[in-house]
Design a protein around this ligand. Structure first.
Ligand SMILES: Cc1ncc(COP(=O)(O)O)c(C=O)c1O
Length: 429
């Protein structure tokens, strides 16, 4: 792994624990893409040598991305993002099987699937959202029982972006194959963390997004297994062998290729050093901060993700106070930030809404150091205590003998506003 100076924003160091939202662009990736912004800006579809040279680099990147997932380069279709890849796979399956109107997915998918499913329902399709168990795992027998003669596609994520919990993709793919149903997996959170091999997994479609593996935003890919009938989602030029219209984003594609190479080389780091950092952080919180609970299965999950419920406090308040210290974490998917609803993933796991609202996701990555974890665990207990001291949700709070939850909530909001104002005030004020 290349070391480089810590991320700084507003001239402050950033302690970044939100790698499932997006990742820092690796310096090697920046160097690889720069010539395609400054010098080799030709259109890869142009017939002259300037275009042909650029085209060669697109194909070289395709080989590298294919190698990351064990695919044939011809099976890689570049898209703009993970969302487009997910939408395209489901759209293609429905288009190619016009008699089939049923889609199976889960209640804990990224909004790229959940909201696309709702859109399909409004257009007359039937979508089954499978439930999960309390530790976030999926009942594969229930999935099998949900397959119907009119099921066009099953789309199930590989790793959950909020909890890191893994689904048994190989087993699900085998069930779908035996039932003659197409299978797509959203593997956006997986590369660089687990080895990916589409042949061993037996999937028909698989989505990736480059900004989760230290490349820029705005580039993704869809693996389409050879001989799978495919209908493009973006209709336009003949790019991507007619599978996606639109002039290729060459710098981003080259960046994705370089990031794919790096992701293979950092697999060990992610599974040893990063895993140990995550475990140290999680063990510390669970042992030293009372009334905390891990959300999600302990073992069947990504090595970088810890999702913890801090009872009697609101995650948003924790995140605000962490942010004041330059620490970035989140309460769920970045795509649902701003929503007051508790996480749909944690609710699907059966958490009470209060516990879901007090849950924070810490997602680490290859640029995290032991000092980052030291800094976080040095400050976190004080932040939680401070918030609990003023929380009417806490059983230790003196006002809580006659417990009126609504009144308590109102009081909580105003106390919180005061506490935050105090935290923002200059030292000594
Ligand atoms: C599991 C999962 N799927 C899909 C996406 C969407 O990817 P993109 O941001 O590239 O559209 C994300 C991004 O947060 C994700 O975590």
């Amino acid at each position: 792994m290349t070391s480089f100076s810590p991320a700084t924003v507003f001239n402050e160091k950033v302690y970044y624990f939100d790698n499932n939202a997006t990742t820092r662009i690796a310096p090697e990736v920046v160097s690889a893409m720069l010539p395609f912004l400054e010098q080799w800006w030709g259109n890869p579809s142009s017939a002259y040598r300037f275009g042909a040279a650029v085209h060669g680099h697109v194909e070289a990147a395709r080989e590298k991305v294919a190698a990351l997932i064990g695919a044939d380069p011809k099976e890689v279709v570049f898209t703009s993002c993970g969302t487009e890849s997910n939408n395209s796979a489901i759209h293609s399956a429905l288009y190619m099987n016009p008699g089939k109107k049923h889609v199976i997915t889960t209640k804990v998918e990224h909004s790229a699937n959940i909201n696309f499913g709702e859109y399909l329902q409004k257009r007359g399709y039937d979508v089954t959202y499978l439930p999960v168990e309390s530790d976030g795992l999926l009942d594969v027998h229930l999935l099998e029982k949900s397959i119907r003669p009119d099921t066009a596609i099953v789309s199930v994520m590989y790793a959950n972006n909020e909890t890191g919990v893994l689904f048994p993709i190989e087993e699900i793919a085998a069930i779908c194959r035996s039932r003659g149903v197409l299978f797509h997996t959203d593997a956006v959170q997986v590369p660089g963390k687990l080895k990916l091999d589409v042949k061993a997994l037996g999937v028909d479609f698989l989505s990736l997004s480059a900004h989760k593996l230290h490349a820029p935003k705005g580039i993704g890919m869809l693996y389409v297994k050879r001989r799978t009938k495919y209908q493009p989602y973006l209709i336009g030029g003949h790019q991507e062998k007619g599978r996606r219209g639109g002039t290729e984003s060459v710098p981003n594609i080259v960046a994705f290729g370089r990031a794919a190479e790096l992701a293979m080389s950092t697999l060990d780091d992610e599974n040893t050093r990063v895993r140990a950092l995550r475990d140290r952080l999680e063990d510390f919180i669970l042992a030293r901060i009372p009334n905390t609970v891990r959300n999600g299965n302990k073992d069947l999950r990504l090595p970088n993700t810890a999702n913890i419920a801090f009872d009697f406090v609101e995650a948003e308040a924790i995140l605000l106070l962490l942010d004041q210290l330059g620490i970035c974490a989140s309460s769920g998917s970045a795509c649902t930030t701003g929503s007051l609803d508790p996480s749909h993933v944690l609710m699907a796991m059966g958490l009470p809404p209060m516990r879901a609202r007090g849950s924070v996701r810490f997602s680490l990555g290859i640029y995290n150091t032991s000092e980052d974890v030291d800094y976080l665990i040095q400050h976190l207990p004080r932040i939680i205590q401070k918030l609990r001291d003023i929380s009417p949700l806490s059983p230790e709070h003196p006002d809580n003998e006659a417990y009126d939850i609504e009144a308590a909530r109102e009081k909580h909001e105003s106390d919180l506003a005061e506490a935050l104002a105090e935290e923002h005030a200059p030292a000594g004020a």
